[in-house]
Design a protein around this ligand. Structure first.
Ligand code: ADP
Ligand code: MG
Length: 370
């Protein structure tokens, strides 16, 4: 497996037109950018290139316009902000205005690379998609990963290939079937798994506990049973909550043990579980966290996520957080500066941990300068 070229592997960039695939998929409200973090995050790579005399053309998707131009997803606001932060840097129109982007159409790749000399991928959050702007340009142009992407790859492949032990993965959130693949892959490298959020109910159900009307995926119960057996056989602990918080059948706030009565819904791990999960995090040397422990958007159900976030901030372990909602929870508790790495890609970080590679990285490895 050849290595992934870095910016230095582009050689002399002076006078070259460089297409930089950025992730400018910023949160917007009525045409106004509510958080420009993703634009600012792209500046180190953009500045690296412009300081060395390159002309930078950036390109990104924004939202899901489904292959057609849609003023709601126009890049105008992003372009205006970028002009303030990096004068003279171009930004193409929303890549997903053209069906060729998601369809990886060679004609769209040709359009993107017309007049372009080199390509840089700095959009980690899109690297798990074989879209035109991700996998197309490296087939013909000297290419490299940008500084953001390079950091993501170093951190996440480091976790996968050479973590300091004990290595603990904390998983939660609501996308259960999406994440069970990574649970299985993580069982190979972690010493323990901690499972909260809506994800815990499919596991609790697989263990025979009653879960009331909590969110769960019945067709994943067998998979959870298999994963529980696999972990037991390999001596790895899967920590599940033994107390829960939610609402009873009448919709009133309630606390429960591991079993929920009929009609009840679990929306958070209980205080005992949150304390137990924190202890596991404090004793670890590496922790990867993806997925909130509960419905933290509702203040009644944020305590479990807050306690785990605080343990992530307090532990001496090397701490990595992936997932849009997990990152949002950390930011809500103002703890985002207290962990070692917050990944910009939810799906991409899980897929990289699970498979050890992504379509966008494979494409860069195949570039003519690699
Ligand atoms: P991430 O974006 O970090 O990968 P997910 O998208 O998988 O995480 O899940 C985040 C969502 O999961 C949040 O909106 C949260 O409200 C929800 N969630 C967490 N626990 C529960 C629960 N017990 N019941 C319902 N929803 C939950
Ligand atoms: Mg999410």
């Amino acid at each position: 497996m050849s290595r992934i070229p870095t910016l230095a592997d582009l050689g002399d960039v002076r006078g070259k037109r460089v297409l930089v695939r950025t992730d400018f998929n910023v949160p917007m409200d009525g045409g106004v950018i509510t958080d420009d973090f993703r634009i600012r995050a792209a500046l180190p790579t953009i500045n690296w290139l412009t300081e060395r005399g390159a002309t930078v053309v950036t390109a990104s998707h924004l939202g899901r316009p489904k292959g057609q131009p849609n003023p709601k997803y126009s890049m105008d606001a992003v372009r205006a902000r970028l002009a303030e932060l990096a004068p003279g840097v171009e930004l193409l129109e929303n890549l997903r205005f053209d069906a060729g982007e998601e369809g990886n159409d060679p004609a769209f790749v040709a359009k993107l690379t017309d007049g372009i000399d080199m390509y840089v991928d700095d959009a980690f959050g899109a690297c798990h998609r074989a879209h035109a702007s991700i996998v197309g340009p490296p087939t013909s142009l000297p290419s490299a990963m940008g500084l953001l992407l390079q950091k993501e790859v170093e951190v996440l492949l480091g976790l996968r290939n050479d973590p300091k032990h004990p290595f603990v993965a904390v998983l939660g959130g609501s996308k259960i079937s999406d994440k069970l693949g990574v649970v299985e892959a993580l069982l190979n490298t972690v010493d323990a798994l901690v499972i909260g959020g809506a994800m815990c109910f499919t596991f609790l159900s697989a263990q025979g506990y009653s879960i009331g009307d909590s969110l769960f995926e019945p067709d994943q119960v067998e998979t959870c049973k298999r994963l529980l057996a696999q972990s037991a056989a390999s001596g790895k602990t899967i920590h599940l909550p033994d107390d829960l918080v939610g609402v009873d059948a009448a919709g009133n706030f309630a606390t429960f043990g591991r079993s929920l009565p009929d009609g009840a819904k679990g929306f958070d791990i209980g205080p005992g579980s949150a304390a137990a999960f924190s202890d596991v995090i404090m004793d670890a040397r590496t922790v990867f966290w993806n997925g909130p422990m509960g419905m933290f958007e509702d203040p009644r159900f944020e305590a479990g996520t807050r306690t785990v976030a605080q343990a992530m901030a307090d532990t001496k372990a090397f701490t990595v957080v992936g997932g849009g909602d997990s990152a949002a929870a950390l930011a809500q508790f103002r703890l985002d500066d207290e962990v070692n790495h917050v990944s910009t890609g939810g799906g991409a970080s899980l897929e990289l941990l699970e498979l050890g590679d992504l379509p966008g990285l494979a494409a860069l490895r195949g570039a003519p300068n690699a």
